[in-house]
Design a protein around this ligand. Structure first.
Ligand SMILES: [Ca+2]
Ligand SMILES: [Ca+2]
Ligand SMILES: [Ca+2]
Ligand SMILES: [Ca+2]
Length: 356
């Protein structure tokens, strides 16, 4: 399926859940997928807009402009500052997972560390950048079944240390880890066997963004944004979806959204023009703005309202009762159906006189 096709299908599928993600959680600047566990949008804070594990800024953490459409990003400038997500994030056990983030750096002199949970050298989930600029992933966990540690290292096919934004996603599906760079599979490893990311020293250790807690000299001098964590392995198409901005957090990416700045998961658009109802000042495209329109969703440029009840003829479910005798004249009596149909003009005028 083409990328746009995927996004359209996806937008419908999650329409019922996006309110949970966006309500009361502040700006959500990147597209997300159902089942997201943690989301650090870095829009001026380290809050978790998907789960309940807010990050803690340690030392100096500032915010700079993120990728286009993604709001702000964490800015780390030299080892003093990082974001601590505590010990509960990243304990995937032997289950599938996805970690996705944006990174922007050109400085590799400190072996930049993006996302690290590594108490020692026999337990680690470590996403970093090598001195030569490739993304470097190290995986080593408990292995309960056969009691031997498995160490796997995966490197991206090319360097990313060019001072522009790159999207990095690591997925684990059973024995296979996939590393996606800018939405395209870069490297893969099918030797994960029963690698267990939980328990023991690993489970008790904190996950950090921007710095290794084991090797304090390994830190990021650059920008990190929109860290998303799932307890499932996303597909390549889904990883590409995460790269799309969704400014209003309604689950419809900006490119497909008929109101990109106003949450409207249903995309309702009465007049089928380019603007959804929530951001369209004239929902029936008749030239009369909704606030002034006596039929806001039925085009009636003339605003005719025969029975003078404030509801235009074009959308008034009933006609009547009459409010003055003049309405009975020149055949007007024939138009009323409320409170009843009139027999003739006199009958209508009698109603006005007697209320019967
Ligand atoms: Ca949107
Ligand atoms: Ca519209
Ligand atoms: Ca209108
Ligand atoms: Ca009316």
């Amino acid at each position: 399926m083409g990328r746009l096709g995927f996004q359209r299908v996806f937008a419908v599928a999650i329409a019922g859940t996006v309110g949970v993600l966006s309500a009361g959680s502040g700006p959500v600047s990147g597209a997300t997928l159902p089942g997201i566990a943690h989301h650090y949008a870095a829009d001026g804070n380290a809050d978790d807009s998907a789960g309940a594990v807010d990050g803690v800024e340690v030392g100096t953490v500032t915010y700079a402009t993120g990728p286009l459409g993604f709001g702000q990003a964490f800015s780390f400038s030299g080892g003093a500052g990082y974001v601590d997500l505590g010990p509960s994030v990243g304990n995937f056990g032997t289950g599938d997972f996805t970690i996705a983030l944006w990174v922007n750096t050109s400085n590799t002199s400190n072996f930049p560390h993006f996302l690290v949970k590594r108490p020692d050298n026999t337990h680690m989930l470590d996403i970093s950048m090598s001195y030569s600029g490739e993304v470097f992933v190290e995986l080593r966990g408990e292995s309960a079944a056969d009691n031997h540690d498995i160490y796997r290292a995966i490197a991206s096919a090319s360097g990313l240390n060019n001072g522009v934004w790159h999207h990095v996603a690591l997925t684990r599906a059973g024995v296979t880890a996939n590393l996606y760079i800018d939405g395209v599979l870069s490297s893969s490893d099918s030797g994960l066997e029963d690698l267990n990311f939980a328990g023991g020293a690993y489970g008790a250790s904190n996950l950090a963004l921007g710095k290794s807690l084991l090797y304090p000299g390994n830190y990021l001098n650059g920008l990190l944004d929109d860290v998303q964590i799932y307890n499932s392995a996303l597909s390549e198409a889904e990883v590409q979806h995460l790269m799309e901005p969704d400014t209003d957090g309604d689950g419809v990416i900006d490119d497909d959204d008929n109101c990109p700045n106003d949450a409207n998961a249903d995309q309702a658009n009465n007049d089928a023009d380019g603007a959804g109802n929530v951001c369209d000042p004239d929902d029936d495209n008749d030239g009369v703005e909704d606030d002034d329109d006596n039929c806001p969703t039925t085009a009636n440029a003339d605003q005719a309202d025969f029975d003078l009840d404030g509801i235009g003829d074009a959308c008034d479910p009933q006609t009547g009762p009459p409010s003055n005798k003049d309405q009975c004249k020149t055949g007007g009596w024939k138009r009323f159906d409320t409170p009843r149909a009139f027999k003739n003009q006199g009958d209508c005028i009698q109603y006005m006189n007697t209320g019967k």
